[in-house]
Design a protein around this ligand. Sequence first.
Ligand SMILES: [Zn+2]
Length: 233
Amino acid sequence: MDQTKQEEEYGYDLFPERKPGEHKKTSIAESLFTFNHKCQVMLQFAVETSPYAKLLLSAMKSSGCKVFKDRHFSCEDCDGTVSGGFDAASSQIVLCQNNIHQQSHMNRVVTHELIHAFDHCRAHVDWFNNFRHLACSEIRAANLSGDCSFTNEVARFNFGLKRHHQECVRGRALRSILAVRKISRAEAEKIVDEVFDSCFNDHAPFGRIPHSKRDAKFAYRDYMNRDRYYANL
Ligand SMILES: [Zn+2]
């Protein structure tokens, strides 16, 4: 299933309405199918079971940005060690099927990219010209996706939990910006520092930093119950 080629030929990269199963099978396509299929299965599992992903998908739906799995996600082969990306031009989340091999990794990548998609939906983010916008979304994605939570058990002995988490978020945001934009490290550091406090403290739509799956479950439950208080007015 050579989706990338199909997308280019039919302009599906802009408005993808992919219909799995209708692609012609060739021998190359068949060998790609296993990787691609595994990616699709893990993606399905992530959106159905990860409380992080479920919360973000609900929040986006409430904001008028309903996410369709077949249209807004794309499993593709990527260069190097990249795990995923958000393509603002097509509002598509790219999942790197050649670099994601575990469900827990898939869950984190889906969450990270959904935070970018959420920011894209709720605010008019100028991803390409305004580095502060990009930096802010990268800080939020690193802070809220669990990217910086899984090493906590080891790191708390070194730094203390809170400081480690902030350092990790700062470092990851910096690396993400440097990976996609040609600016100097010093310049990127300056931008990240300028927006860090306000973006680090913006926990929408979680309402807290979900340090674990348990936190994320509570955040999801609170989010789903948020209207109950208004229903009786
Ligand atoms: Zn990112």
